[in-house]
Design a protein around this ligand. Structure first.
Ligand code: FMN
Length: 344
């Protein structure tokens, strides 16, 4: 238990303090350009960026991605993320609930979010390799209720499990375990990567399992090969981790894969650290876009006011992008091929 919490603390420290971005592989957003509309025929004040998500109305199609939970510092972080998300009217995904499943003393570090923010979607999170053998539906339901979560997101992280010193790279049976959860868990399920993206084949398989929400968590932002490279002491393992520094499916490519699958609800994330990338993710067709590292780093530097400011910058950039492409609401903007072009 202590081990899981100290691993999570190291992850947050490294993600905050070290250069853990990809060096060559990028999200691909830089190759997409909005087509400026000098005659938008709308007033800026009419732009509406509200959207529905998990039975709530968000004030912007934005989510704080899964980061934290378990230890005392996580509790402080989740509390502040919930304060900011609630003020801004956006969604919040908590970090993996594995610590809370193993020790009920950790529950408070997750529950705090719901206590602070009764009015936003809160999503709990668990790793794919943990649902195969360890945790069954009834245990998950109990903890989801205790946390007050609206949905469960399951992360697929084979590369991280393979590289991390204490990894559990057991993925045999994961598909069936997801399918069983989808059939038995009375909560919506989101399946996500953690920064290496989802291929069309994986997305189609998830869709066959009945999954309706995916978070592509593509490559180009946080690199877990770099994070685990920093944590590993063995020279040999560090050399192996270095082979995977540029591995993954870029965020924009993963979004395109998800669009090909059709009738799937897409959350776009992975390297979304500016308002313009956020706006492009939605224009490409995502229902919601999410970010982890930007919020973590902002919190460490500037606390709740910093996070609120970052969210305002994202939201205002989206509004202006919609205004200058002539789209009054997200129905007109989202997935609109006439307003964004690909140019390398
Ligand atoms: C410190 C840290 C901890 C994270 N913990 C989790 C986690 O518990 N579960 C999960 O699904 N993803 C986790 N992630 C991955 C993020 O949710 C996200 O998918 C990934 O970082 C890509 O987004 P980014 O480029 O905006 O950081 C974590 C990310 C960071 C930086």
């Amino acid at each position: 238990m202590k081990k899981i919490n100290s691993r999570k603390i190291e992850h947050r420290q490294i993600a905050n303090d070290r250069a853990i971005h990809f060096h060559e592989l990028t999200t691909g957003f830089e190759d997409y350009h909005f087509i400026h509309n000098a005659l938008p025929e709308i007033d800026f004040g009419e732009i509406d960026i509200r959207t529905d998500f998990l039975g709530y109305q968000l004030k912007a199609p934005l989510m704080i991605s899964s980061i934290s939970g378990g230890d005392a510092r996580s509790q402080a972080l989740n509390k502040d993320l919930a304060v900011a998300a609630s003020q801004a009217g956006i969604a919040l995904t908590l970090g993996s609930i594995r610590p809370a499943l193993e020790n009920k003393d950790c529950l408070g570090s997750y529950r705090i979010a719901r206590d602070i923010a009764p009015d936003i979607p809160i999503i709990a999170n668990i790793g794919a390799s943990q649902i195969v053998k360890q945790y069954k539906t009834q245990q998950l339901i109990k903890v989801l209720k205790q946390i007050g979560a609206d949905a469960l997101s399951i992360h697929l992280n084979p590369l991280q499990e393979a590289l991390q010193p204490e990894g559990e790279p057991h993925f045999k049976g994961v598909s069936r375990a997801i399918e069983i959860l989808r059939e038995t868990l009375p909560y919506p399920i989101i399946v996500k990567e953690i920064g290496f993206g989802l291929s069309l084949d994986v997305i189609k398989r998830l869709q066959k399992m009945g999954i309706q929400w995916i978070d592509v968590a593509g490559a180009g932002g946080t690199s877990w090969s770099r994070i685990e490279h920093h944590r590993t002491v063995s020279e040999e393992k560090r050399a192996v981790a270095a082979q995977f520094f540029e591995w993954g499916i870029a965020t924009t490519e993963a979004i395109r894969n998800a669009l090909k699958a059709k009738q799937l609800n897409i959350i776009a994330s992975g390297g979304i650290d500016t308002g313009l990338k956020f706006a492009k993710a939605i224009a490409l067709g995502a229902e919601i876009a999410g970010a982890a590292k930007s919020f973590l780093q902002t919190w460490n530097r500037d606390g709740v006011p910093g996070i609120c400011e970052l969210i305002r910058v994202f939201a205002e950039t989206l509004r202006i992008a919609m205004f200058c492409t002539g789209c009054q609401n997200l129905e007109k903007f989202r997935g609109n091929k006439a307003i964004i072009t690909y140019r390398k």
